[in-house]
Write a protein that binds this ligand. Structure first.
Ligand SMILES: [Zn+2]
Length: 158
């Protein structure tokens, strides 16, 4: 999933070019795509490197934390990422000629995943009660269900 950026780097700072992403299905570490990545990105020339912004859509396969079945999870996200030849912590690396979008896709899709992965909100899975109440903490619910406050209390972690 590489883009040649030599001609962008030859332009002056502030130059931007748009690209359409279509039919891309890169190998992403720990993620199984079940649909191609589609979307649009804009690459801008900065004095320190490149800024890549855009949005993508795809579908990945997830495994339900509760019942362990696999299911398709649509992903739609916007991103903005700096690239540098000598990157700092929040930048990704590119060489003089190409940018590899796969690590960026990997990073953004991973960040977009829900913390609790469920095939459906009311999945009864293995043991329904424990997860259900920690997920839905409306005030009324906490008042009515005394045992919940006991189970979800997290103190002394500041
Ligand atoms: Zn499930």
């Amino acid at each position: 999933m590489r883009i040649n950026v030599r001609d962008i780097l030859a332009e002056s700072v502030g130059y931007s070019r748009a690209y359409k992403i279509s039919g891309e299905r890169p190998h992403l570490e720990g993620l199984e795509l079940t649909q191609d990545i589609e979307g649009e990105i804009t690459i801008s020339r900065l004095d320190t490197g490149l800024l890549i912004r855009g949005r993508i859509n795809t579908v990945i396969q997830l495994e339900c934390h509760r019942c362990l079945s696999t299911f398709d999870h649509p992903i739609s996200l916007n991103f903005s990422q700096l690239f540098a030849t000598d990157p700092s912590d929040d930048e990704l690396r590119f060489d003089d000629e190409t940018v590899d979008l796969a690590p960026l896709m990997e990073q953004e899709i991973t960040l977009a995943l829900p913390i609790k992965i469920l095939c459906r909100p009311d999945c009864e899975g293995i043991k329904e009660a424990a997860g259900k109440y920690t997920n839905e903490q409306t005030d009324r619910r906490l008042q009515n269900q005394a045992r919940i406050t006991k189970g979800t209390q997290i103190r002394g972690r500041t």
